[in-house]
Design a protein around this ligand. Structure first.
Ligand SMILES: NC(=O)C1=CN([C@@H]2O[C@H](COP(=O)(O)OP(=O)(O)OC[C@H]3O[C@@H](n4cnc5c(N)ncnc54)[C@H](OP(=O)(O)O)[C@@H]3O)[C@@H](O)[C@H]2O)C=CC1
Ligand SMILES: O=C(CO)COP(=O)(O)O
Length: 345
């Protein structure tokens, strides 16, 4: 079995390390905090981020990046989108051999409007990995940690590398599909966090199930609209990394985006909410990025625009909901482009 370095020892890094450990790989879980590495090695637990799970013996924690990546055949990047460039910069300075490079972050960078794989391509020389692989899908760390059945998708411009990643992670509790549409897979994982914030806000306002179903389905429509304009296959959004991840984040209190939205819906201030969460809420920065993308691409994204005004212009949630409900009349289903009309799921 191979040596795998997992960079980022938060909730998702720990859960993915558990899957890889269950598959009997030699797993090195890297954290930038020495005391956290020591505690994980002594107790097998990651107290702050995923205290319910006991990591398998195959997982060893490191706070030294050089040691973590030495001889690693695969590197899995699992830090928040905001930290990707920083960790890639360190990686570039220490990595001295070619690896399979997989990332599992779900976000878009504001201002540059880059997807995570594009950020990695800008930071790490291509001769060190060839093509990036992304892993995404409906997968709360808590449930993966409990070894409940979970499905995800891996995607890369290089299908062989995607298959390698599939083989690395797949087991009888963690089923891994491949999808060649890396743009759609990354956008679906990032953009669903915006809608999850909205679903949380709706629940915090006690608006009930009709409102949430509306947010999920109309949210999916605007995700697919933006995705198609950026070259994604619209059918990807009907899959695990689209509607699958929307369902899991919009309907679960495991979701940090849903939870942050819930507190906002109850009238709490954004800064206080983020401080209370203590874990990444990717949807906030991605709302900014998606709003900028929608302006750049001239794509109508009324839910994203509403959330942008709520998060960055302090508009009250009820004003935004009123505006969404009183928009001009429109039709529901858009025409598929000719070349996609005959494709099946
Ligand atoms: N949690 C989940 O269920 C899932 C999460 N994801 C995605 O995975 C990514 C990571 O999320 P998740 O693990 O949940 O986030 P968490 O907030 O749980 O953990 C983030 C981890 O990254 C570390 N980190 C932050 N900045 C740096 C840095 N510059 N250098 C080194 N380490 C750093 C944090 O360290 P520190 O303790 O110092 O802050 C922490 O250990 C996100 O993009 C998320 O959307 C995807 C699927 C499921
Ligand atoms: O992406 C996730 C599940 O697929 C986790 O979502 P949160 O970041 O909202 O917790």
């Amino acid at each position: 079995m191979g040596k795998v370095a997992v960079l980022g020892a938060g909730s998702w890094g720990s859960a993915l390390a558990l899957v890889l450990g269950d598959n009997h790989h030699d797993v090195r879980l890297w954290t930038h905090r020495a005391e956290q590495a020591k505690a994980i090695n002594e107790t097998r637990q990651n107290e702050k981020y995923l205290k319910e799970i006991t990591l398998p013996d195959e997982v060893k924690a490191y706070d030294n990046l050089n040691e973590a990546i030495a001889d690693a055949e695969t590197i899995v990047l699992v830090v928040p989108t905001k930290a990707i460039r920083d960790v890639c910069g360190q990686l570039k300075n220490h990595l001295d051999h070619k690896v399979t490079l997989i990332h599992a972050a779900k976000g878009i960078e504001p201002h540059t409007l880059k997807r995570v794989s594009e950020m990695i391509e800008e930071e790490v020389p291509r001769e060190l990995y060839g093509e990036v692989v992304v892993l995404s899908g409906p997968s709360h760390a808590e449930e993966v940690g409990a070894r409940h059945p979970t499905t995800v998708t891996v995607s890369s411009h290089d299908h062989d590398l995607a298959q390698k990643a599939q083989d690395l992670f797949i087991n009888d509790k963690f089923r891994v599909y491949t999808n060649p549409d890396i743009v759609g897979v990354e956008l679906g994982g990032a953009l669903k966090n915006i809608i999850a914030l909205g679903a949380g806000i709706s629940d915090g306002l006690d608006y009930g199930d009709n409102a949430k179903a509306a947010l999920i389905t109309r949210g999916l429509a605007e995700i697919a609209r933006l995705g198609a304009s950026m070259g994604a296959n619209p059918l990807t959004f009907a899959g695990l990394t689209g509607v699958g991840d929307l369902i899991v984040t919009c309907t679960s209190s495991h979701s940090r985006n849903w939870r942050a939205g819930y507190l906002l819906g109850q009238g709490r201030k954004l800064d206080d909410v983020l401080e209370e969460m203590g874990m990444v809420v990717e949807g906030v920065r991605t709302t900014q990025a998606a709003y900028q993308l929608s302006e750049q691409e001239n794509i109508e994204m009324p839910i994203t625009k509403g959330l942008y005004n709520l998060l960055f212009n302090q508009e009250p949630p009820k004003v935004i909901v009123d505006r969404l409900m009183n928009r001009g009349k429109t039709h529901e289903v858009e025409e598929l482009p000719d070349d996609l009309r005959n494709q099946t799921l």
